[in-house]
Design a protein around this ligand. Structure first.
Ligand code: NDP
Length: 452
């Protein structure tokens, strides 16, 4: 397929129309591309190097997309087949890096959006990490440990041909936690006969980093702290709503409690709990134990602590100062955004990837609230994955305090980059800041490395 130089695009719309016609089935990918292009268009038009290098067409095209069959046997001896994917999107600034997602809604468009976002997020961390993402439409809910192991081993048998500690280093994401990383690491080691940091999110006994499980949630709250400082405010005493009850939601909740805020909601795909007295450390421990079983429902919290469970809804109708969407993409729409701001919410930070729809983001920006997009606010997870890779390469271990301090430093630097590129005088547009700040480093590196 011939690609036209971006110099020849008459306008941003002309470019986007071309992207739409090529990837019309990949709606989440199109949404992510539109958002990034909206921010970086002017930056590209002002650089002859970017125009001559046709950087726009190159940056939206993955270096490699791998799709494969994953056959596995269930406990009754029946044969199942799922699709496995790895998107190796951009390696201009380092080996591909990004999580693996196991969820029935996984498809090419979802993984391409996640891998595309990952390019800019990883760039913002300041570390040498390229952008990638992968996973499968396998549903871990209701499966036995044995079935999960068999699936992970089959998935890794093929994936192992394409990854390596200097090539592509996957991590966890939705449906992939310490247990799954363990099964996949074991299979990789068995096939390759080498013990390397090929995956991050490992348990600490066999090469994992302290603070990696906490990193995304903690980092999101550190980013909120930085945003609040620009308005001479702090987290202490603020009421917060959180969606999700998995890895990111749990540790965002934990850090909010530690810093004196009052988190009042958690959710899952069945609905949300509202605890007006606030989720305490003790109640959060109950959630962590509960959610060790991926089929367990957050409604158990409502029964145990005698609070409301609102079935089939998201928590954005609850009055709060801070909202942290930490579940999944497009879980916060324009009506939700309006409900939040009408109820006085003035800080939204995305623990999840692209949880806010395009219209919701536009509303937050119009209202000039503090809105931290995922590629900035949730970059703490991949940042500590990068720190895990460094520890694996040097075979040295850092203490929790050392990793936490590095994480805080990285989140502060990401905030500074967002302000540098997104300061509009009377407010900071963190969407533009994150997109432009992440893009420039990758684009300059691509230009330096020639047409590859
Ligand atoms: P988990 O699998 O640990 O938890 C996911 C949570 O989101 C669960 O509560 C799940 O509920 C809920 N959820 C998933 N799909 C839906 C849906 N379609 N509708 C409503 N709720 C849903 O995943 P993580 O916490 O790791 O990831 C959450 C988000 O954070 C994702 O967007 C991920 O990409 C992003 N992220 C994660 C990072 C990490 O380090 N883990 C790093 C950066 C971003 P249920 O149990 O009912 O499915």
């Amino acid at each position: 397929m011939e690609i036209t130089s971006s110099m020849n695009y008459k306008s941003k719309q002309d470019f986007l129309d071309n992207v739409h016609s090529k990837f019309s089935n990949e709606k989440e990918f199109l949404q992510a591309v539109e958002e990034v292009i909206g921010s970086i268009w002017d930056t590209v038009q002002q650089s002859q190097d970017y125009l001559d290098g046709n950087i726009l067409d190159r940056i939206i095209t993955p270096e490699r997309v791998i799709i494969f069959r994953v056959p596995w046997l269930d406990d009754n001896g029946r044969v199942h087949v799922n699709l496995g994917y790895r998107i190796q999107f951009n390696s201009a600034i380092g080996p591909y890096k990004g999580g693996l997602r196991f969820h029935p809604k996984v498809n090419l468009g979802v993984l391409k959006f996640l891998a595309f976002e990952q390019i800019f997020k990883n760039s913002l961390t300041g570390l040498n990490l390229g952008g990638g993402k992968g996973g499968s439409d396998f549903d871990p809910k209701g499966k036995s440990d044995n079935e999960i192991m068999k699936f992970c081993q089959s998935f890794m048998t093929e994936l192992s041909r394409h990854i390596g500690h200097n090539t592509d280093v996957p991590a966890g994401d939705i449906g992939v936690g310490g247990r799954e990383i363990g099964f996949m690491f074991g299979q990789y080691k068995r096939i390759k006969n080498e013990f390397t940091g090929v995956l991050t999110g490992k348990k600490t006994d066999w090469g994992g980093s302290l603070i990696r499980p906490e990193a995304t949630g903690y980092g999101t709250v550190y980013f909120v702290e930085e945003m609040l400082k620009t308005r001479n405010e702090s987290i202490s005493g603020k009421v917060a709503t959180i969606s999700g009850s998995g890895n990111v939601a749990q540790f965002a909740c934990e850090k909010l409690i530690q810093l004196g805020a009052k988190p009042v909601t958690l959710s899952d795909s069945s609905g949300y709990i509202y605890d007006p007295e606030g989720i305490t450390s003790e109640k959060l421990e109950f959630v962590k134990k509960l959610k060790e079983n991926s089929s367990a429902r957050i409604s158990e919290y409502a029964k145990k602590y005698n609070v409301d469970f609102i079935e089939g809804k998201t928590p954005w109708e609850v009055k709060c100062d801070i909202a942290l969407p930490c579940a999944t993409q497009n879980e916060l729409n324009e009506d939700d955004a309006k409900a939040l701001t009408e109820n006085g919410c003035f800080v939204v930070a995305e623990g999840a990837n692209m949880p806010s729809t395009t219209e919701a983001v536009e509303h937050f920006i119009k209202e000039k609230i503090l809105f931290g997009p995922g590629k900035a606010a949730n970059a703490g997870g991949v940042a500590v994955s990068g720190i895990e890779m460094s520890q694996n390469s040097t075979r040295m271990h850092l203490s929790s305090e050392e990793v936490d301090n590095l994480l805080k430093g990285i989140m502060t630097r990401i905030h500074t980059t967002c302000v540098q590129y997104g300061d509009k005088g009377d407010f900071i547009n963190y969407v533009d800041g994150a997109n432009i700040g992440g893009f420039v480093r990758v684009a300059d590196s691509m230009i330096d490395q020639g047409i590859v």
